[in-house]
Structure formats: C-alpha cells, structure tokens
Design a protein around this ligand. Structure first.
Ligand code: GUN
Length: 291
C-alpha cells in the first residue's frame, strides 16, 4: 500500500504558485487577489476562511476578508456580491457556505460573476465543466484529479465508484472522472443505492464523499483498489490538545491493508482542496479560463 501524501503535493503546488506570482509581478502585473465573504461566526466556517486567508499569504496573493453578521439581509449580501463582481482589482471571491436560513444560497451563487467564481459553484462553470470547456472546477474534485495525476495513477478504462452526489464534491467528481482526459467508467452511488458493498467492491478507484465516519470497511474494497477519502467529520477525542480529531469516511487500518493507494485523513484530500482554490485564483488572474 502507498500513502497518497496530499500535504506534500499541496506544498509543492504552493511553491509552484509562488514562482508564478513572482513572474507576474516581475512582468509588471499585479498581485493575484482573492476575497472571502464570511457571514456570522460559525466555528467551522471561521476556521476554513482563516485557512484560505493564510494560504493566500503563503503564495504571495493579496486577500481580503469581508464580514457580515448573521442578521445581514439577502439584499445587502447581493449588493456586496455586485460590488465585488465589478471590482477590477479582484481576481476571484468566494461566499463561505452555509449561509443563514433567511438567505438563499442559490440566489447568492447565481449572482456571482462566473469569471470570478473561483469556487466553481455557479451553474455556468458547472455547465462548462460538464461539456468539457475550460471552467472553474470546485476545489475538492479539482484537487483529487491533481492528486491522481501527480501519483501517475492509471485511470483509463478503470471502474471508478463515487460515493456521494453533492453539488460540490460527488457530482462534479463523477463528471471529471468520465471525461476524455481521464477515461474512467463511473458509477455514482448514494444513500438509495442497493447492494452498496458489491458496488464498492467493483471499484478500481473508490472515491468516498458521504460524511459518515469510517463507513467503508475492509470487506467493501477490492484487493489493489485506489481509495480516496473525502470525509472530514470532527469527533471528540481525549488524545488531542484541541479535544477533537478528524475522521474520514474510510476505516483506514482495515482498508489500507487491501488497497494499492490510499489518502489519509488528515493530510490527504484536505490540503489539496485548499490549494485548488489558490490554483483557481491564479487561473483567473492569468485569464486562462475566460480568455
Ligand atoms: N463550505 C464548505 N466548503 C466550502 C467551499 O468549498 N466553498 C465555500 N464557499 N463554502 C464552503
């Protein structure tokens, strides 16, 4: 079994991005600039956004954090989105989800200029990705494809099972895996799938994005499979300083014995998700998606 070291690959990519940023500036361009809108004070969202801001600093991007309280109105948020859409000094921005219940997430996502939608959530980017046009692709699937490439994992003609069908992970992941550059034969499995164990056992590449900690056991995985674990459930732990630890959707010790490659949690997909937002912002700064 080989461990897929997402942390190491993400560090390498960050170094590559930093070199690109230096080149842009040497050639008289401006620093790539990412903004994040954060509504309220949810602990998870605060952490994710803080990471995004920190990551920007590490590669030489400018970053801006725009905060609103939970009681912000949809109109106020839409006004900010329009302002950022028209800000020529900004390459991309994200609105951290989830939003408070009184705000329509879909309405906010659809208000974002697709050319600045570095999360890849706007229907225009999703549609472009589906038909194989250059597009901002949501960060987790983008990062997983990059991991498979950098580990030279054969995908052509392989059976790929994606567990989960969310708009930001499972669904786009399944589309990317079936595209011509990757050429896998894809099955999307979900909570209503029958004979899930058999479906999983058929996978040469198993990508698990369900959010059920340690759901995938050793007897659900084919000998020699590649297993990608997207799960990140926080569970209480008395063994860590923070009092909690991250658990993946895969029972690591059992599954690792059987597979050819596996991503750990933490240190697998997570760092690649973070670096993919930087890659999308760089693509936007270089006008490589919408030319
Ligand atoms: N909430 C959880 N993941 C994400 C993400 O990738 N982008 C945004 N904007 N919100 C999230």
């Amino acid at each position: 079994m080989k461990l897929i070291d997402g942390k190491k690959i993400a560090t390498e990519i960050k170094q590559e991005i930093a070199i690109e940023v230096n080149k842009i500036i040497e050639n008289g361009g401006r620093q790539p600039h990412l903004a994040a809108i954060l509504v309220g004070h949810d602990g998870g969202s605060e952490t994710y956004v803080a990471f995004k801001i920190k990551d920007c600093g590490e590669v030489g991007f400018k970053s801006s954090l725009i905060r609103f309280e939970d009681h912000v109105t949809e109109e106020e948020l839409l006004a900010k989105v329009h302002e950022l859409n028209n800000d020529d000094g900004l390459d991309g921005f994200i609105v951290q989800l989830p939003l408070p219940k009184h705000i329509s997430e879909q309405k906010i996502i659809e208000a974002i200029n697709p050319k600045k939608d570095v999360d890849g959530f706007h229907p225009e980017n999703v549609g472009r990705m589906v038909i194989g046009l250059p597009a901002f692709v949501s960060a987790t699937p983008f990062g997983i494809v990059e991991l498979l490439k950098r580990y030279n994992i054969e995908t052509s003609g392989k059976n790929c099972v994606v567990l989960g069908r969310s708009n930001i992970v499972g669904r786009p992941m399944s589309i990317l895996m079936s595209q011509k550059a990757i050429n896998a034969t894809v099955t999307v499995a979900h909570s209503r799938t029958k004979n899930l164990k058999e479906v999983c056992k058929n996978a040469d590449i198993l990508i698990v994005a369900m959010g059920f900690p340690e759901f995938i056991k050793g007897d659900m995985v084919k000998e020699g499979a590649v297993v990608i674990d997207v799960g990140t459930t926080r569970v209480k732990s008395d063994k860590t300083k923070s009092g909690w630890k991250l658990k993946g959707d895969v029972l690591f010790d059992e599954v690792a014995e059987k597979c050819s490659y596996i991503t750990p949690v933490p240190g697998g997909v997570g760092p690649m998700t973070r670096v993919s937002l930087l890659l999308n912002t760089l693509l936007s700064a270089k006008k490589e998606i919408y030319k």
